[in-house]
Every structure is written in structure tokens, then in C-alpha cells.
Design a protein around this ligand. Structure first.
Ligand SMILES: [Zn+2]
Ligand SMILES: [Zn+2]
Length: 127
């Protein structure tokens, strides 16, 4: 990784340091550099956005269907499946958001949101 010289002789963060910062594992020197370097802050932000987009795609590829989530909410699955889904939901912000919607108290809102989610899921299958 080539290094760019700053006017004061210091260098910008290296590729691996940018990755560490994006992962929240930056040491004090990195944090200090980021505090006064707009360019490296932008690089960290760009990398983080890329990682999030990638993670979102991975999450959705492994996600159970809305029907499965609905069954899960009503406890209709086998204990093994319930445990499997509980584990997934705990680590997946998208499914936990979907479950949150399903568990909302207002039955009207609940039904509207759920049918909306189901419709979108069905449309995706038809495409
Ligand atoms: Zn920098
Ligand atoms: Zn999920």
C-alpha cells in the first residue's frame, strides 16, 4: 500500500488502517489521525457504506421467508426451527425489524403492514 505524504511529513492511513477504523478497531493513533483528516474520514465512511451494503445483501440471502417469520411469531414451528429462527433474528436487523412489525399491538396496523410485506415478497417471487 503506497503512502501519501502530508505537508508535515506524516502519512495518511494505510489501507489496513482504514479497514480497522471502519471495523471499529482503530487504535489511538488512527483515531487521532481521523480526528483532523477529512480525507481519511471520507475513506472510512465510504468503506463502511460498502460493507453495510454487502452485509445487507448477505443477510437477505440467508433470511427466512415472511411466512416463516409469521409462523415463528405465533410459535407454530418445531422447537428446533424456533431456535434456529430466534438465532437468525437476533443477528439480523432486517428480520428483527420484520418481527417487530408483526408483534406490534395495533391489529389494524399490524395487518396492513404484514399484507404489505407479503405483497412485496410475492411480487418479488413473480418477477
Ligand atoms: Zn489522512
Ligand atoms: Zn434475516
Amino acid at each position: 500500500m503506497e503512502e501519501e505524504q502530508l505537508s508535515d511529513g506524516a502519512t495518511h492511513l494505510s489501507g489496513s488502517e482504514i479497514v480497522a477504523a471502519a471495523d471499529g478497531e482503530a487504535d489511538e493513533a488512527i483515531v487521532d489521525h481521523l480526528r483532523h483528516c477529512e480525507l481519511c474520514r471520507q475513506r472510512v465512511a465510504a468503506l463502511r457504506a460498502m460493507q453495510q451494503a454487502l452485509r445487507r445483501r448477505l443477510y437477505r440471502a440467508l433470511c427466512p421467508s415472511t411466512e416463516q417469520l409469521a409462523d415463528y411469531c405465533q410459535g407454530l414451528l418445531s422447537p428446533a426451527q424456533q431456535a434456529l429462527l430466534a438465532h437468525h433474528i437476533a443477528s439480523c436487523p432486517y428480520c428483527s425489524a420484520e418481527v417487530d412489525l408483526m408483534l406490534q399491538r395495533d391489529p389494524l396496523i399490524d395487518r396492513l403492514l404484514l399484507s404489505d410485506l407479503l405483497n412485496r415478497r410475492v411480487l418479488r417471487y413473480l418477477r
